[in-house]
Design a protein around this ligand. Structure first.
Ligand code: AMP
Length: 114
């Protein structure tokens, strides 16, 4: 049954996504509105709304997200140049309230970010 969280629905398999990586606790899929030639979202299967809501017990799970990013960057052939972004809260650009890492690559990145 659909929930009110798009990413929980993708994790549950009731909403389509182009999956690129999956483990017991982590799922990654292509962003439907990419802002770079490679734009992948890496999510914990557990619903946590924002980084601001993580608990000490989530430390290992958060580490798994970074390890997933490393593996996916290798799969995509972008290990030498990619950016990870996590938006926390509307003012920082978060629009979906289920933690996700944006893995962006294959274009020049500027700094500071907008
Ligand atoms: P954020 O603004 O940081 O919360 O990022 C949310 C991201 O989710 C945006 O880049 C959207 O393009 C992306 N997005 C929204 N719906 C979907 C979906 N059904 N499948 C894949 N990506 C999505």
């Amino acid at each position: 049954m659909a929930t009110d969280c798009i990413f929980c629905d993708i994790v549950a398999g009731i909403r389509p996504a182009t999956k690129v990586y999956e483990t017991e606790k982590v799922l990654a899929f292509r962003d439907t509105q990419p802002v770079a030639p490679t734009h992948i979202l890496i999510v914990p299967k557990k619903h946590i709304a924002r980084i601001a809501d993580i608990e000490t017990d989530d430390a290992s799970l958060m580490g798994e997200l970074l390890l997933a990013a490393k593996v996916i960057a290798g799969q995509e052939g972008v290990s030498d140049g990619f950016r990870l972004v996590v938006n926390n809260g509307p003012s920082a650009g978060q629009s979906i309230f289920h933690i996700h890492l944006h893995l962006l690559a294959d274009r020049r990145m500027s700094w500071p970010p907008g």
